[in-house]
Write a protein that binds this ligand. Structure first.
Ligand SMILES: NC(=O)c1ccc[n+]([C@@H]2O[C@H](COP(=O)([O-])OP(=O)(O)OC[C@H]3O[C@@H](n4cnc5c(N)ncnc54)[C@H](OP(=O)(O)O)[C@@H]3O)[C@@H](O)[C@H]2O)c1
Length: 119
């Protein structure tokens, strides 16, 4: 199976989930892997950019898409929206590119107050 994935023979119903899908590195991954046969779930903040990019993937690569609009600076409730958006999908790959910084500069993660609020 892994060998098939490496050479781009993905099962037809399989999805890539990609955060930050409307720009930069993740957008490039979304197009590259849609071109290799994966359906794409796009996750970021701006719904119009998400819908624009989803249509471009469907048009250029002929794959299915789904969009989930969330802001990762939100609280734990965003994960309900993500879980609902991913329901019933067969997910093969995650590219989690949206980064979150819990403190300015370098700090030990467990020393960051904001980080502690999320657990
Ligand atoms: N570019 C580089 O040279 C480089 C180098 C090393 C590491 N990285 C890391 O790689 C990741 C991607 O970088 P990039 O340059 O490709 O970024 P980018 O071009 O700025 O794209 C960021 C993407 O993330 C989405 N996004 C931003 N904030 C978000 C939030 N709070 N919630 C949900 N979605 C959000 C944006 O869409 P919306 O604005 O619509 O939400 C956009 O689709 C980052 O974590 C970056 O730190 C980048």
């Amino acid at each position: 199976m892994i060998g098939g994935w490496i050479w781009g023979c993905f099962p037809p119903a399989l999805f890539l989930v990609v955060t930050g899908a409307t720009n930069g590195i993740s957008k490039a991954y979304a197009h590259e892997l849609a071109g290799r046969g994966l359906n794409i779930v796009l996750i970021s903040r701006d719904l119009s950019k998400l819908e624009h990019e989803a249509k471009a993937i469907e048009r250029l690569h002929g794959k299915s898409t789904r969009v989930i609009q969330v802001d990762f600076t939100g609280g734990l409730e965003i994960y309900e929206a993500i879980a609902a958006g991913l329901k019933d999908l067969e997910i093969g790959v995650l590219i989690n590119s949206v980064g979150k910084q819990y403190a300015p500069g370098l700090r030990k993660l467990l020393d960051c107050e904001d980080f502690a609020k999320h657990f």
